[in-house]
Design a protein around this ligand. Structure first.
Ligand code: ADP
Length: 480
């Protein structure tokens, strides 16, 4: 069953069907319709001869014209005058006998009645055992003809010719069938072999391997398929590596707080249980670590929801300036504990069309990063303003270490963290590498532009822009 559905067989079969159709078509035309074609050709020939004679009728050497037509085309021509009852035959090769049984007067009357002034006849010449095609028409004026002309041509018997044709056709058909069978087999193999090879190679794709073996002579589509599979295998290998790295990152991120929680819980049990001051301190560590753990788990859940498209965005028009104030005030606690100063520059009435909860998450994550990576001035500047390009622009700037150019394209990837080794963060924080990918996902779902401008040693500004619904309508450009 599989063999009959294979490309090789199907290509071969279609090729054979085409060839068979072409042979049947040629047979119909060459052999079956041949007598009809032959007769049509003969009729055309005598019609053209008639036209020549009719147009030369008033020429001085019309006699030469008639003779040439009659002898060259092997036709019998007779010029007949019913008024005088005289006939003038040309090339009388028994043709006179052929039309002897025909009433010429009747024919002439038919010509007078015929709309075209031409009458065709087809009859058998028993004496010659042959078919005669005859045309009869007037000479000179249509209404008062000088005379009438009869042109006769024998239809050669086709029996022998047809027999030769038949035999020749069968021979050609047999040779063609064998020849096309071989060619189509080769052709089918040429198409299907690279696909079979490719398919075998593609079986290793799940392992991220693909050994493409395209040859120079292969079809362009096969080469493209091979390239596609090759890049797919690279992607699979890469995502496999990423998945492994990711698993180790996450398990590391989850294990660290768990180890701390366990260690402090044991300390309370064994050492500080009776000492309220120490116990409080140790319990605070446990609570902090639990918070970190749950925020990490929440982040992972948020991201996977966003990436799988489960988290839909519910757009509405809201005062972004107001909401931003609320988010910034959540960081007030850091002013006293860490001396972090957040400057907020936002207009009072800045509307945008977006999902308010998701936008809060975006600005929270960006401000949180700025606070974490802030510089010695402990200052984070948050700006929200309407631009002349009819957008609302949000910016958060810190004066920390900035981000090296080689890391810039990757910081939006999930679980990407710039190496912590040579970093001295203001706030001890072990990032998860998820914050920015959540930001990226939300902003892309909204279709907002976003980015970061960062200079090493000077700090970074993360920004995004949303369309401004309150922007005045665009002025039509006036031609000067
Ligand atoms: P993390 O939880 O590690 O902060 P993010 O996805 O929020 O994860 O950020 C990815 C990386 O981008 C961080 O590891 C950090 O190195 C870098 N980064 C983000 N924001 C800033 C910033 N304001 N200044 C310097 N580096 C930053």
């Amino acid at each position: 069953m599989g063999f009959f559905r294979s490309i090789k067989f199907q290509v071969w079969l279609r090729f054979e069907i085409i060839v068979a159709c072409m042979l049947v078509f040629s047979y119909a035309f060459l052999v079956l319709f041949f007598p009809a074609f032959y007769e049509m050709m003969k009729i055309d020939e005598i019609s053209r001869s008639l036209e020549t004679i009719q147009s030369d009728w008033y020429d001085d050497d019309v006699r030469r014209t008639v003779e040439t037509v009659a002898y060259d085309n092997k036709m019998y021509v007779e010029i007949y005058s019913p008024r005088y009852g005289v006939s003038l035959p040309f090339n009388n090769m028994g043709g006179a006998a052929a039309i002897a049984n025909i009433s010429k007067r009747e024919c002439c009357a038919e010509v007078d009645d015929a709309e075209t002034g031409i009458v065709y006849k087809r009859f058998r010449d028993e004496r010659e055992n042959n078919t005669v095609l005859m045309v009869c028409s007037y000479l000179g004026d249509r209404r008062y003809p000088d005379a009438y002309i009869f042109i006769c041509s024998y239809l050669q018997p086709l029996g022998t010719t047809m027999a030769i044709f038949h035999r020749q056709f069968l021979f050609v058909a047999a040779v063609t069938a064998v020849f096309t069978m071989c060619i189509s087999l080769l052709f089918a193999a040429k198409i299907s072999n690279p696909i079979i090879i490719m398919n075998n190679a593609a079986k290793q794709l799940p392992q991220g391997r693909f050994n493409s073996r395209v040859r120079k002579r292969d079809f362009a589509e096969i080469k493209q398929l091979s390239e596609t599979l090759e890049s797919a295998s690279k992607e699979i290998a890469k995502s496999d590596g990423l998945r492994r790295e990711l698993m180790s990152n996450i398990s590391h991120d989850l294990r660290t707080p768990l180890t701390m929680i366990k260690a402090y819980a044991e300390m309370i049990r064994d050492l500080s249980g009776d000492n309220p001051e120490k116990r409080e301190r140790h319990l605070k560590v446990i609570i902090d670590e639990t918070d970190r753990l749950s925020s990490l788990v929440n982040d992972i859940l948020d991201l996977s929801k966003l990436e799988s498209g489960v988290a839909e965005i519910h757009k509405e028009s809201f005062n972004f300036g107001e909401r931003l104030g609320g988010v910034v005030s959540r960081f007030d606690i850091l002013r006293d504990s860490d001396g972090i100063n957040i400057e907020l520059h936002a207009g009072s009435m800045i509307m945008i069309e977006a999902d308010p909860i998701k936008m809060e998450q975006v600005v929270y994550n960006l401000i949180n990063n700025a606070v974490t990576y802030t510089g010695d001035d402990n200052t984070v500047i948050v700006r929200l303003y309407r631009t002349v390009e009819r957008t609302v622009r949000f910016e958060v700037t810190d004066h920390g270490d900035g981000i090296a150019p080689e890391h810039l394209p990757h910081i939006w990837d999930r679980y990407y963290k710039v190496s912590e080794r040579n970093k001295t963060h203001k706030r001890a924080k072990m990032g998860s590498g998820i914050g920015l990918s959540i930001v990226k996902n939300i902003l892309e779902q909204h279709g907002f532009r976003y980015g970061v401008d960062s200079e090493q040693g000077k700090g970074s500004t993360f920004w995004f822009e949303a369309p401004d619904p309150l922007a005045p309508p665009e002025q039509p450009k006036t031609k000067r």
